[in-house]
Write a protein that binds this ligand. Structure first.
Ligand code: ADP
Ligand code: MG
Length: 712
């Protein structure tokens, strides 16, 4: 996704109000229809842009035929070339000037939408899309001094899901996102850069093949899905640091026939409802735009959101309504023609996307410049190095130094080669205008194209003029008429009255028909509504009876509307672990879910081990811990006194063990015993005289005594 700042809101930009151009194309009777004896009920007046459809089931004169007027109509004999030159070529030319353009084909299955958009393999049979490729590339070939970056995307919308037709294996999801300046864009959609018309054609063919993969019935699938081919052309003139962007959407819509008519049930009906949804919301959008309604329901389907700019927005849009001529198709043909007629009144506001400062082409250009500078710098460095090397080679004979230099030189060269490769790859993406074209061919082609454009413009003007003349004839002939007699005037007025009466009757009939269609639509909507209400009641019944109320309110609190995916999503609950979390071991012997761990604290049924909490039954205690008896201070003093006296009198003999620490010293054993006695005496002195309280802890005392022993 590239972000392009179209700055379409700036007031100084020229925006013109422009209606959606609507053209109708009728295909020839097919072989099958001829074999079944069907006849054509469609009459086309190409010069006036008028189409008349005869009602095969007409009961009264008023019901006999219906007349519609469009910007242009194409009959059975119309060629692909004429349709392209007269209507599409000017649009593509606008896209090459930096406008957004859109062409979409609408109609019942089998009426020639794909034939009109893609066409056959023959040059004559080529449809709008490949012809647009040719026009774009011959324009590029002619534009000297302009850099182009052309890319295409191809997608399909089936059952409200978007599929990338150029990356069919991609598992990424595609959402619609509103981007400032860019409109509604599809996320993760592959954009394929093209260098020629051939590249584009290849992309289109790849996409078409991908469209069929996975579909059980190709025809059925393509008639139920919308294919959207997008071309983006970024253009930059000379050294200007801004560019223009032209975007073209080429849309082959799903068959407009009512899917429910086929009598589908179950999943099939659901599919039909979803397929109908996109087309009926397209109809609602067109209706709302035509009625200048305050709310345009673009958000009702992915298709309408994607075409948001093309319908009532920043785009030049052409709608091609395809019809079949057979009497059997009368009803569908009338529905298509009414639908198309309504689209005529949609007003768009196309704006040139110029002065864009942040496009992909600009980034590419900057990167190329950077790489070029880097290569230049590196190759200059390498040259100097190699010169140094030569000089030094002559002077010094240090071989290892020479090798080192050579290796560095080689490395530098490899780096430059790498950069050059990268540069080439980037440059390949960009196309320089005005290259590889022989001037005479160029000139001839240009002349031919101009000629075609002129013819197309003339034809368009003729149709407009003819339509205006007819309108004026209705109102002004009477004023210009000079009557010779009263009778003549009466006859003229009678004639006019008859004509007006016919018109009134046909308008009344149209109102009646429309009312019938409205009633039918309403009935269908009511049925769908009833069905939805029934489903809702059923869901409520299940929730009320089987879902605990606290769980229900928890989920309601967690539910949130996500604008991007246009759907309700359940937020992750941080306080409660959902049962769907993947089980892991959690130091247990087997994997167990977070939910079970959490629940196991209160409910034993979630425990995988130690299901029963068995603690030992301990008997009551009948004993007590030993506490030494406390000695009265007087007795203690008495005992100390006795010991002291005994030692003084020499009755108390102290014998040192043979391996005592003191024994290791050089002095005699007797000497040591004397010291020991001395020490013991002083200890008793200290205890009895200085500190007679027995509560004093013994450990420090012994520590001190051992210290005193060592000291002495
Ligand atoms: P859709 O895409 O609307 O379902 P297709 O484009 O597949 O219809 O057309 C159905 C058939 O009619 C194809 O065989 C196609 O070649 C043929 N056809 C459609 N339009 C024309 C036309 N203008 N001239 C000749 N053949 C046509
Ligand atoms: Mg088709």
């Amino acid at each position: 996704m590239t972000s392009v700042n179209t700055s379409s809101n700036s007031p100084d930009k020229l925006t013109s109000n422009e209606s959606v151009q609507v053209i109708v194309r009728c295909r020839p009777l097919s072989l099958k229809e001829v074999q079944q004896d069907y006849r054509s009920v469609v009459k086309i007046y190409s010069n006036r842009g008028v189409i008349e459809v005869e009602n095969p089931k007409a009961r009264t004169e008023n019901e006999r035929s219906k007349i519609f007027t469009y910007d242009a109509v194409y009959d059975e004999q119309s060629t692909q070339q004429a349709l392209y030159d007269e209507t599409i070529r000017p649009l593509v030319a606008s896209v090459l000037e930096g406008y957004n353009g859109c062409v979409f084909a609408y109609g019942q299955t089998g009426t020639g939408k794909t034939y009109t958009m893609e066409g056959g393999d023959d040059i004559e049979e080529m449809g709008i899309i490949p012809r647009a490729f040719d026009q774009i590339w011959s324009h590029i070939a002619r534009k000297t001094g302009v850099e182009f970056l052309v890319s295409v995307r191809y997608m399909e919308i089936y059952m409200e899901e978007i599929r990338d037709l150029l990356r069919i294996k991609s598992t990424k999801t595609h959402e619609l996102r509103e981007q400032t300046g860019e409109g509604v864009v599809v996320t993760n959609l592959h954009s394929h850069t093209c260098q020629s018309a051939k590249d584009m054609l290849k992309a289109m063919k790849t996409g078409n093949i991908n469209r069929t993969t996975g579909a059980t019935n190709m025809n059925e699938h393509s008639s139920r899905s919308h294919a959207i081919f997008q071309i983006k052309i970024e253009m930059m003139e000379g050294d200007s640091k801004s560019m223009k962007v032209g975007k073209l959407n080429l849309v082959d819509l799903a068959g407009s026939e009512r899917q429910s008519k086929t009598g589908a049930t179950g999943d099939r009906l659901k599919e039909a409802t979803k397929i109908n949804k996109a087309l009926s919301s397209l109809g609602n959008v067109i209706y709302a735009l035509a009625e200048n309604s305050a709310h345009i329901p673009y958000r009702d389907s992915k298709l309408t959101r994607l075409l948001q700019d093309s319908l009532g927005g920043n785009s030049k849009t052409i709608m091609i309504a395809n019809i079949g001529p057979a009497n059997d198709n009368y009803d569908e043909t009338i529905i298509t023609l009414r639908y198309a007629y309504r689209a005529k009144s949609i007003k768009n506001k196309p704006t040139k996307n110029e002065d864009i400062k942040n496009g992909k082409l600009l980034l590419l250009q900057q990167e190329i410049e950077r790489l070029k500078a880097l290569i230049m710098e590196k190759s200059n460095g390498a040259e100097i190095n190699s010169l140094d090397g030569e000089e030094e080679d002559a002077g010094s004979d240090s071989e290892s130094e020479g090798f080192e230099k050579e290796r560095k030189l080689e490395e530098g060269k490899m780096e430059i080669d790498e950069l050059a490769k990268k540069l080439k790859a980037l440059e390949k993406q960009m196309v320089h205008g005005g290259k590889d074209i022989v001037d005479s061919v160029n000139e001839n082609e240009l002349k031919l194209e101009q000629h075609r454009t002129e013819i197309a413009e003339r034809k368009k003007r003729e149709i407009e003029m003819q339509q205006r003349i007819e309108e004026e004839e209705e109102t002004c002939t009477e004023l210009r008429q000079v009557f010779a007699s009263l009778q003549q005037q009466v006859d003229f007025k009678k004639e006019k009255l008859k004509r007006l009466n016919n018109k009134l009757q046909s308008i009344r009939q149209e109102i009646k028909d429309n009312h019938e269609v409205y009633l039918k639509d309403r009935q269908e909507i009511e049925t769908a509504n009833d069905e939805a209400a029934m489903n809702l009641r059923q869901s409520f019944l299940i929730i009320d009876n089987f879902v605990p109320s606290e769980e229900k309110s928890r989920i309601i609190n967690l539910a949130q509307f996500d604008e991007d995916s246009d759907n309700w999503v359940v937020k992750k609950d941080s306080t409660k672990i959902l049962p769907s979390d993947r089980p892991i071991a959690h130091n247990y012997r087997r994997p167990i879910s977070d939910y079970a761990v959490h629940q196991a604290q209160t409910q034993p049924k979630y425990r995988s081990e130690n299901i029963l909490d068995l603690k030992l039954d301990m008997p009551l205690r009948t004993t007590q811990d030993y506490t030494p008896p406390s000695i009265c201070p007087q007795i203690k003093a008495l005992v100390n006194d006795v010991i002291k006296r005994e030692m003084d009198n020499g009755h108390l003999v102290i014998r040192l063990p043979p391996h005592s620490v003191l024994g290791r010293s050089s002095s005699s054993k007797l000497d040591q015993e004397g010291k020991y006695k001395q020490a013991l005496k002083s200890l008793v002195d200290v205890n009895s005289l200085k500190n007679p309280t027995p509560t004093k802890p013994t450990a420090p005392r012994s520590a001190r005594s051992s210290y005193q022993l060592k000291q002495s």
